[in-house]
Design a protein around this ligand. Structure first.
Ligand SMILES: NC(=O)c1ccc[n+]([C@@H]2O[C@H](COP(=O)([O-])OP(=O)(O)OC[C@H]3O[C@@H](n4cnc5c(N)ncnc54)[C@H](OP(=O)(O)O)[C@@H]3O)[C@@H](O)[C@H]2O)c1
Length: 274
């Protein structure tokens, strides 16, 4: 049995579907089972990283777990170890390598440190920008054909969340990934202008990109994000380091399948924009 946290989210949701489809026993963790929708036959557990003791039942009988980063990481891992979990795959971030001093880098480094100190077998996934971040454009796409973002021509190798899930599935179900930290990206840099065009093609509409300033974007993001996360996110997408713009070969090396393009992600997720 594999416990999957973030099972209602982008990566955990895809991981759950992949493992369930290949017949592996999985249990989905969510804070609110009444709102979550999972495939028939999936075991569901209620639990919250904020209250680690609530995870005892979720971890019970699981030999491995896919964990999202939590500020309570040490206590979460203690519950896992107590229940007999032996292997952890942690969803971390490339920022631990490229921006270790940033807030996002520091929080994830602390979580990674807690994992290495837990004594459990571990694999770290360190993705760069997710293709699924463009879901933030859904309201604009529903309202019209113009998508407004800053930094229209800054390209990042956005990673298909299904590819992050495939690497997680491999690390959870095959030997040889213990102690590995995988930087994960898509196959090529893609700019916001190109992402808008790809989503337009995927849903059969002529979408247009319009540039706004970083200040204007920050004001809009501040409505649903803490200011330090807004600043960190804009820094990430506006002033990437050389390493953050470079496509990594890791997805193919680990899974044997080439990393999927942003256009493929847009086609695979077209329904979420309709
Ligand atoms: N977005 C990026 O570009 C990027 C880049 C690098 C790394 N990352 C990493 O990826 C993470 C986001 O992954 P994602 O997009 O797959 O997630 P997501 O779609 O944002 O979903 C968040 C998931 O976390 C679960 N969750 C939130 N708080 C929880 C808590 N207190 N206890 C238990 N579960 C909790 C939610 O479950 P319920 O609501 O069902 O409880 C939900 O399934 C980031 O936090 C970061 O660590 C992101």
């Amino acid at each position: 049995m594999i416990l999957i946290s973030g099972a209602t989210g982008n990566v955990g949701g895809e991981l759950l579907r992949q493992l369930h489809a290949e017949g592996t026993a999985v249990r989905a963790l969510t804070r609110d089972p009444s709102r979550a929708r999972f495939p028939a036959g999936v075991d569901v557990a209620e639990g919250d990283f904020g209250a680690p003791e609530s995870l005892a039942e979720a971890f019970s009988g699981a030999e491995s777990a896919f964990l999202m980063m939590s500020s309570n990481q040490t206590a979460v891992l203690r519950e896992a170890a107590r229940a007999g979990v032996r292997r952890i795959v942690l969803l971390s971030t490339m920022a631990v390598e490229t921006r270790p001093e940033s807030l996002i880098g520091r929080l994830h480094l602390e979580a990674e440190r807690a994992v290495t100190e837990s004594g459990l077998e571990w694999t770290f996934l360190r993705p760069g920008q997710f293709a699924s971040n463009t879901r933030a454009w859904r309201a604009q796409i529903a309202a019209g054909d113009v998508i407004r973002t800053p930094f229209p021509r800054v390209g990042l190798p956005a990673v298909h969340t299904g590819d992050i899930a495939s690497v997680a599935r491999t690390a959870l179900t095959r030997e040889g990934h213990a102690g590995a930290a995988y930087s994960l990206t898509g196959p090529e840099p893609v700019t916001p202008v190109e992402q808008v065009a790809a989503i337009g093609r995927a849903i059969g509409r002529e979408l247009r990109h319009e540039e706004i300033t970083a200040e204007r974007a920050a004001e809009e993001m501040a409505a649903h994000m803490p200011p330090e996360i807004v600043a960190a996110t804009l820094e990430f997408v506006g002033s990437p380091t050389e390493a953050e713009t470079r496509a990594q070969p890791t997805v193919e090396k680990v899974t044997g399948e080439p990393a999927r393009t942003f256009a493929e992600w847009a086609r695979d997720n077209a329904d979420s924009f309709r």
